[in-house]
Design a protein around this ligand. Structure first.
Ligand SMILES: [Zn+2]
Length: 138
């Protein structure tokens, strides 16, 4: 169990367990509808675009762009004190889905909306790995 001074880590539930299992293996996977072809995230039992139940967990490219972001200067808890300033961003993946994460690997003030990024998996322990994003070349 985490103490207040440790970064909160994911607690997978039935809907998100496949996502976190893939992340632990170094893959970014999301449900894809085999009827209309769209990906979606957060996982649902029905395709949010066409209502189909024909969903398959499918690996994503791990590439996308910064859709929105903020720079956190004041840690929300002692667990984040050593990280400030850091970037919390919404990434729009090439597959069209969005997810909230951190942008790492560059100074926070270098992050821009539309900046190309790619996933970088950061392992915290045997149970928890997080998909963070870093600037992508080119
Ligand atoms: Zn669909």
């Amino acid at each position: 169990m985490n103490t207040v001074s440790e970064r909160p880590l994911p607690a997978p539930d039935a809907a998100t367990a496949p996502y976190w299992a893939a992340v632990r293996e170094g893959r970014l996977a999301m449900p894809r509808c085999t009827d209309c072809g769209s990906y979606h995230f957060y996982p649902h039992t029905l395709c949010p675009k066409c209502g189909s139940t024909q969903l398959v967990w499918t690996d994503c490219s791990g590439r996308g762009e910064v859709y929105s972001f903020t720079i956190v200067h004041r840690a929300p808890s002692p667990a984040f004190a050593a990280l400030v300033p850091y970037v919390v961003a919404t990434i729009r993946l090439d597959e069209g889905t969005h997810l909230m994460t951190n942008v790492i690997g560059c100074p926070p003030d270098a992050v821009r909306i539309g900046m190309k990024v790619r996933v970088k998996f950061q392992k915290f322990n045997d149970e928890a790995t997080l998909p963070l994003f870093e600037p992508a070349e080119g």
